[in-house]
Design a protein around this ligand. Structure first.
Ligand code: ADP
Ligand code: MG
Ligand code: MG
Length: 289
């Protein structure tokens, strides 16, 4: 029987676990989510209330699972982590899960920031570089994060592919740069190094840009990449096409749902993705990339 992936991530609004868990369940996975925060709404709103899980509380949950022999997971997925101490505890969790299942796949979305801005304390960057990237199986940075993790600017597709090579050398065999903004184009770049020392298989997907902002798209994409690449472990290209196809269908449905409900999507800062309404597109994506 397939063991469930476990997730450690923020909750609330359609970001974090709320963007990731339902799609994974739709793809047939049994998921044990751990909410690293429990907020009224995501932090893109003017105000929020709620609680933050500290590193010790995370370890308590892991210890409880271990005490019942329930700590056998095939996958670990992590997203937005806000503090160095919590990130260090997550590293302990990776180590513990691997001591039980050496084949554990750790899918790491190294959430650091976007569009030139960090949204975590700067000290986290070196922890990701030195300790997290080396133990990740798959890494899904956006352009800004790939630049931070490699220390080099990415101004072309070639730079993006070089960044993937750098990251493979540091650890993960699968790297997906989820968005590269080059001129007016939006590209996803994927790279799969099938054996250490071999040249990776690399590909790109050109994504038609919708001139609107959405929240939770990165979280959703990483979850879909985990889900599909587990079904097609030797074909990151195909897994990425499926993931991007679902995601684009979700975004188009989101825009039309806002319009149908009488809201002008252009007048909103950021749109909440319509996941529940898009279940068919997640289960059976119509591949058009
Ligand atoms: P992150 O939140 O991690 O920065 P990205 O910005 O890389 O995530 O977005 C993840 C994916 O979401 C992209 O690969 C793209 O497929 C999709 N996406 C997000 N915003 C848009 C948009 N405005 N138009 C088209 N696709 C988008
Ligand atoms: Mg982005
Ligand atoms: Mg991301």
């Amino acid at each position: 029987m397939k063991q469930p992936p476990i997730l450690v991530d923020g909750a609330s609004g359609y970001v974090g676990n709320k963007s990731a868990v339902f799609p994974l369940q739709l793809l047939g996975y049994d998921v044990d989510p751990i909410n690293s925060v429990q907020f009224s709404n995501h932090t893109g709103y003017p105000t929020f209330k709620g609680q933050v899980l500290d590193g010790q509380q995370l370890l308590d949950i892991i210890n409880g699972l271990e005490a019942n022999n329930l700590l056998c997971y095939t996958h670990l997925l992590t997203g937005y982590i806000r503090s160095k101490s919590f990130l260090n505890k997550v590293l302990q969790v990776v180590e513990k899960l691997r001591s039980i299942n050496p084949g554990l796949i750790y899918v790491c979305d190294p959430v650091l920031g976007d569009e030139g801005k960090l949204y975590v304390p700067p000290e986290l960057v070196s922890v990701y570089c030195q300790k997290v990237v080396p133990v990740a199986s798959m890494l899904t940075p956006n352009q800004f994060e790939a630049e931070k993790l490699t220390g080099s600017r990415i101004n072309s597709e070639k730079d993006g592919l070089k960044a993937c090579n750098f990251l493979h050398d540091a650890g993960p065999s699968k790297v997906v740069i989820t968005s590269l903004h080059l001129d007016d184009k939006l590209l996803l770049i994927g790279s799969h190094q099938k054996s250490k020392g071999l040249s990776p298989e690399q590909f790109k997907i050109v994504i038609p840009k919708i001139p609107l902002n959405f929240t939770g798209t990165g979280d959703l994409l990483t979850a879909l990449l985990l889900g599909w690449s587990n079904k097609f472990p030797d074909d990151l290209d195909k897994a990425s096409e499926l993931a991007v196809s679902s995601l684009q269908a979700v975004l188009h449905r989101t825009v039309s749902d806002y319009r149908n409900a009488g809201f002008n999507p252009e007048s909103t800062n950021s749109l909440e993705i319509r996941l529940i309404q898009s279940q068919e597109d997640i289960r059976n994506p119509h591949v058009n990339f």
